[in-house]
Design a protein around this ligand. Sequence first.
Ligand code: PGA
Length: 249
Amino acid sequence: MRKNIVAGNWKMNNELSQTETLISDLKKQTKTSNAEVMIAPTFTNLWHALEATRDHDIEVIAQNMHFADSGAYTGEVSAAMLKSIGVQTVILGHSERRAYFNETDELLAKKVDAALKNGIRSIFCFGEELADRKSNKHEHVVESQIKNALFHLDANAFQNIILAYEPVWAIGTGETASPEQAQDMHAFIRKTLADKYGHDLAESVSILYGGSVKPDNAKEIFSKPDVDGGLIGGASLKAADFYAIVNAF
Ligand code: PGA
């Protein structure tokens, strides 16, 4: 059975002392659901976060990485470096990386490969812009993003891929896809996977929804059969809100 996952994407928030405080607050929360919990602090605080959660089931993950193992890429961090400190999962292809750092599907295919080569799971993000949805191209856009970045993988590799559907128009805007819109897209994504890799693989991949998930809408979104969790931005910065979402399953 596929896993339920709630991952907090802290983005470029929280200096060291704020990271310490938030992790200590998170550890005081009670988990009543079966969801796997992940947090993605910024690079400079990953080591602290890993140390601070050694006695806890929160998994610390990275927000990005480069595709090369090492070399002349000033300012970048490799999969091998993440692996060497104990990071096991990385977010790739977030819409902010695509929009502000020109990340393309082709580049992301290389990053996914580098993560796999180093034994790191990817949370691969994709989603349409508002104009795509208004012109009814949202399924086509999402299908191409998945095909271009992931369909060179063999079925075995998909054990290390988590998908995150994040409609760009819903990220940080307070506007969420309706639970029905999320379900329709997630079912479409699963069918796209099934057409290529077969039903069993499609049923085994966790597909998260992201975009303004909050404590008051999480339950309804997570109740949909093809929604296996969430990638949470703003609401992951407050421990109580984040665990209200974790416990919405
Ligand atoms: P949001 O961000 O929850 O603040 O909309 C989600 C994300 O960017 O992953």
